[in-house]
Design a protein around this ligand. Structure first.
Ligand code: PRP
Ligand code: MN
Ligand code: MG
Length: 181
């Protein structure tokens, strides 16, 4: 297992900043969905931390479901072609769906997921993401709630991985060069 403390080079967003932001977003989300049939949809695996903290910050109760997707074919995300590895357990017809994500990078994953979910006759589909990289966008995704816009650097922590490691870091940061060599 990797040494999370030694491998982190620079902290971009602290644990306190993350939690303060999620409290703020949760308040807005609760207002938006008051009295509505809300379903939270997390995208495995990166969204687990955001989902866990956002749902605890929400003053309203809503069911949670999960999707797992993978880019199809040659393995580069840039294809924009996505394959469902695990679909939702529930029918979302007539429901107000809020997709919860850790990061919008190129935007390809979320634009595909949103279109896929929108085709299932929900009442609405919106997106909440903790992080977004505006300079990495390949497609525009209309994201209603964004925690932080960050520079186009490779970041890990708080659900985000490098080769499946570092998801458990409490903050978001960049890795030291020795990790990659
Ligand atoms: C990461 C991240 C987002 C997606 C964003 O997931 O968690 O889901 O990439 O990239 P995009 O905007 O360029 O499509 P990844 O595919 O690495 O799977 P993971 O969540 O299991 O780490
Ligand atoms: Mn992901
Ligand atoms: Mg990943």
């Amino acid at each position: 297992a990797a040494d999370m403390g030694k491998d982190l080079e620079k902290v971009l967003i602290t644990e306190e900043q993350i939690h303060a932001k999620l409290e703020e977003l949760a308040g807005e989300i609760a207002t938006e969905y008051a009295g509505k049939d809300l379903l939270l949809v997390g995208v495995l695996k990166g969204a687990v931390m955001v989902m866990a903290d956002l749902m605890r910050a929400l003053p309203i109760s809503a069911p949670v479901d999960w999707m797992a997707v993978s880019s199809y074919g040659s393995g580069t995300k840039s294809s924009g072609v996505v394959r469902i590895l695990k679909d939702l357990d529930v029918d979302i017809t007539g429901k107000h769906v809020l997709i919860v994500e850790d990061i919008v990078d190129s935007g390809l994953t979320l634009s595909w997921i949103r279109a896929n979910l929108a085709s299932r006759s929900p009442a609405s589909v919106e997106i909440c993401t903790l992080l977004r990289k505006p300079d990495a966008a390949k497609v525009e995704v209309d994201v209603k709630w964004v925690g932080f816009d960050i520079p186009n650097e490779f970041v890990v922590g708080y659900g985000l991985d490098y080769a499946e490691q570092y998801r458990g870091l409490r903050q978001v940061g960049t890795l030291a060069p020795h990790v990659y060599s």
